[in-house]
Design a binder for this molecule. Structure first.
Ligand code: SF4
Ligand code: SF4
Length: 407
């Protein structure tokens, strides 16, 4: 994502803060309520909602404005909240086109929600970590019961109403061991769009109960990585194996965000994913009370940039602190990254994950580096072939025929 302010910004809105109707073991956001202990406002009120809608539209120079709703669990804000949001978007859109996407655990999705999504053309992201035996390890309710059955009910409804949806799978220490099983299962659910998010969190085991237990970015040492986090090498192997399966059968049929983004980079376009961009993406997190943070990964007091009920989003986006944060990703690269053959496609990964020492002893190196190298090495020859096909005006899907011939 470009650092030029003329390009506007992304805002991930959290109208219910960290409130959720599940209690996923690995969730990094559930404990954020500790930041708002004093506040009675865990849910976004109409005054903040209206400021958000008006200011977010005003802050964008593009003709299309994206609204991203996340949580916690955003559906807990209720249907009436989102009906009001759509009404306000119409009021302030002017000539701009409005798109909405909502990331949900699917638990309370019913016919009424689906009718609303369909009528207003919302794109839905649904969180599923694989088949029941893998999904239910961590994605549980407060009594520890797995949520898979309810999520699949939601997927069935989304399909029935022909709502566009994609799947977001968190890759953790368990499902990472089953790349084929996870990939085949997610494909079978009826969407062609899949995202993988690697799970890595570190904890301060001595933190008092009123303080955040999960450590803020950059803090050492590695020994506090949570047990459910994925190992770098295992994640790289997972990506490489899914990539091999995708290259054999699914190019042009299944769209995996990371593979699409990487192919774009090989073809000379900017990365679609901020993790692999040169700079961070002016991609703010908006809490229920209007507080804005640098990024969803940086909701820590020291990264609060302001509150939209006091300072406009466009002003926050143009602030030196926001620009500095975006540029720091490039400025703080480790020396190993500067000499890495994959720098152009990796850019050192997300700064949140830069907390280990590199092989040459450099601090603040990316935890996933070893895994990224496995994946980039496996994918590079195929990426080059697909790039060559595209440059000749041929679909990259032709690679599947070439692969078959080679075998
Ligand atoms: S901190 Fe990570 S997730 Fe946030 S904008 Fe930067 S690269 Fe993206
Ligand atoms: S693969 Fe590793 S060394 Fe290379 S740019 Fe990425 S994080 Fe840096």
């Amino acid at each position: 994502m470009n650092n030029d302010i003329k390009n506007g910004c992304h805002v991930m809105a959290k109208p219910t803060g960290s409130t959720c109707n599940l209690n996923c073991t690995y969730c990094f956001y559930l404990e954020k309520h500790k930041l708002y202990r004093e506040s009675s406002k865990q849910f976004m009120d109409q005054y903040t909602l209206e400021n958000y809608i008006r200011q977010h539209i005003e802050a964008q120079s593009a003709d299309v404005v994206e609204f991203a709703w996340q949580g916690g669990e955003p559906t807990l804000a209720g249907l009436a909240f989102y009906k009001k949001a759509v009404e306000l978007q119409k009021k302030y859109a002017g000539r701009k086109q409005i798109h909405n996407n909502l990331q949900t655990n699917g638990i309370i999705i019913d016919d009424l929600w689906c009718q609303f999504f369909k009528e207003n053309n919302w794109l839905i992201g649904i969180s599923i970590d694989g088949p029941m035996e893998l999904h239910d390890i961590y994605r549980v309710n407060r009594s520890g019961k797995g949520s898979h059955q309810k999520v699949i009910k939601a997927v069935t409804l989304l399909k029935y109403y022909q709502i566009e949806f994609n799947i977001l799978a968190v890759i953790n220490n368990h499902n990472v061991k089953h790349p084929q099983k996870v990939y085949n299962y997610l494909k079978s659910l009826g969407t062609a769009h899949i995202q993988f998010i690697p799970l890595i969190e570190r904890e301060n085991r001595n933190a008092p109960s009123h303080e955040l237990r999960l450590i803020s970015p950059g803090f050492q040492p590695l020994s506090y990585v949570t047990s459910w986090s994925v190992e770098a090498k295992a994640y790289g192997q997972f990506l490489a194996d899914v990539f091999t399966a995708w290259v054999e059968k699914d190019i042009g049929r299944v769209f995996i965000q990371l593979f699409d983004s990487l192919l774009g980079v090989w073809c000379g376009y900017p990365a679609q994913m901020c993790s692999f961009s040169e700079r961070c993406g002016h991609a703010f997190a908006l809490e229920a009370n209007g507080d804005i943070y640098n990024c969803d990964h940086y909701v820590y007091p020291e990264h609060k940039l302001g509150n939209i009920n006091e300072t406009k989003i466009i002003t926050i986006n143009n602030s030196e602190r926001a620009k500095q944060f975006a540029n720091d990703k490039k400025l703080n690269l480790s020396t190993d990254c500067h000499f890495c053959p994959f720098l152009k496609v990796c850019h050192g990964g997300c700064p949140k994950h830069r907390f280990i020492a590199s092989s040459s002893g450099q601090k603040n190196h990316n935890y996933f580096c070893e895994g990224y190298k496995i994946f980039f090495t496996r994918s590079a020859p195929y990426m080059k072939l697909m790039r060559n096909l595209i440059n000749r005006g041929i679909s990259p899907a032709e690679l599947m025929n070439m692969t078959v011939q080679r075998e």
